[in-house]
Design a protein around this ligand. Sequence first.
Ligand SMILES: Cc1cc2nc3c(=O)[nH]c(=O)nc-3n(C[C@H](O)[C@H](O)[C@H](O)COP(=O)(O)OP(=O)(O)OC[C@H]3O[C@@H](n4cnc5c(N)ncnc54)[C@H](O)[C@@H]3O)c2cc1C
Length: 504
Amino acid sequence: MKNKVEILVIGSGFGGAIAAKRLIEAGCDVLMLERGPWRDTVPNRSTGMTDLAPLPQGTKAFTHGLRSIRSHLFRGQLVLNRKGFVEAYRGRGINVICSSNVGGGSHIYAGMLARPSNPAYWDGRHPQLSKEGMEKYYAEVIDLLQARAATDEDRIPNSIGETNYDGKLSTAGLGNPLIGVLFPKQAGTASKIIDAHGIERWECEYRNNSVLGSPSGAKTTLDFSVVWPAMQQGLAVRDLCEAASIRKLKDTDPDGMRYAVHYRNHRNKTDEIILAKHVILAAGCLNTVRLLFKSRDIDRGLDGMPRLGLQFGTNGGYFALWKENSRNDLTEGLPLCGPFRSAGSTSQSVQVLRAAIQGIDDIPMPAVLRRWLHRNSFIVALGKDNNNGSMNMNYGKFRIIYDKRESSVYQEIDYEVKNIQRATGTKIYAPGSPVTVQPLGGACLGTSNADGVVDANGEVFDNPGLYVSDAAALPESPGRPPSLTIAAWSANVADRLIAKLESP
Ligand SMILES: Cc1cc2nc3c(=O)[nH]c(=O)nc-3n(C[C@H](O)[C@H](O)[C@H](O)COP(=O)(O)OP(=O)(O)OC[C@H]3O[C@@H](n4cnc5c(N)ncnc54)[C@H](O)[C@@H]3O)c2cc1C
């Protein structure tokens, strides 16, 4: 097996998949390491791939739901199943959920794609970056994921228009987000289609495309839409391979290799090493920053990065149980519906959404519980927080510290949630510390070591040839679903590397 590569990409979510695709298309030699497995879905089966791991559907929710647990209280990770779906992290004042698959968070996410709330998000961050320069990437990713806004003609069950508590909830003036699912051509009839790459998938049936994955392929996940097509052009993918350490090579390598990446091959249960000229780190905010800390502070393989771990943000992530006791079957519809607010509220800064509890019909449980889950939902909110959390590594314990009282977005969310409870006569139960599914920052974009960890190329200031292309590099919360912005950043990192490689 090859042990040297021009470009090594760690992670296959929005930050990894988009960069790898562009680099392969430019003719680079690229290898991807992903700790999670390929998932058993209609599209992946149709590629002829074997050895697919189940999504946490039906009884597999119990065996393949949770992958691992991390906490600020102990070192390392408690791994329950290497092929499990979710990683849960408990920090001080914050809890984080992320996922583990080829295709990263695109399996668990709700498919909502949006630009930042501030249209000038990228302006003033770095002299080489601008809103105009980044806009082309947003447009390309929307096109690639074939995302569009839902319309009334789609006749989607349980839209807010249909479940607005006699007008007490409103979507007025809140915009209609883009959704990365395959909407049926004929509303109400989900057909199987074959896409431009010869991959089979089903149009959206509005029943099972949420946090337990999308077995039919109705949700446009990055595995079949980006990674697999890139493999047809030469991308090599090692799934179930978890990077453990990145070390700058001290001696000159005859082939110009600059980094050694040590990883655990969970398939063979062996520890392996790959050398690379360029390493693109895209393991998701939590794991990218953790890997950088471990590589620098414990393995002594990297230098500098004085601002590593700073500017951690939650994007105002909020997650709570919404006891609606609806007469409707709320599990039907898109994974997220909204944004909405209580009629009369003028808040524009926070977004409140209903998350349908989908995929529960095949999970063994008492009938009374199933009926109850069908009538209720989760309420999700987000908005721009102050990015004043921090991450660090202390005696091998990876810690995230966050205080929601320091970000007014949480007061706004609490206010909006109270209004919704009052207006609808329902109850909303939230944990004391927020749960975010959109962690970001910690290895942020800046102009130098004085204000960041990476430059406009995504390249780490003190470690040439090492790049961060995922959520960890975002210098501020977008205040809207972040995946589109992460994908745009990743495209920027790849294009700048391609330009560097092509320059004489
Ligand atoms: C329930 C839920 C719903 C969401 N809904 C939305 C939504 O509707 N819209 C939106 O914009 N965002 C949504 N998000 C957030 C979104 O999923 C993340 O912001 C996004 O996936 C982050 O992209 P990333 O590339 O930074 O990381 P990820 O997509 O998490 O990708 C990181 C990848 O790296 C892999 N990895 C980690 N460590 C290692 C290692 N050491 N070695 C090798 N591989 C490694 C992981 O397994 C993973 O596959 C949601 C998230 C959740 C959990």
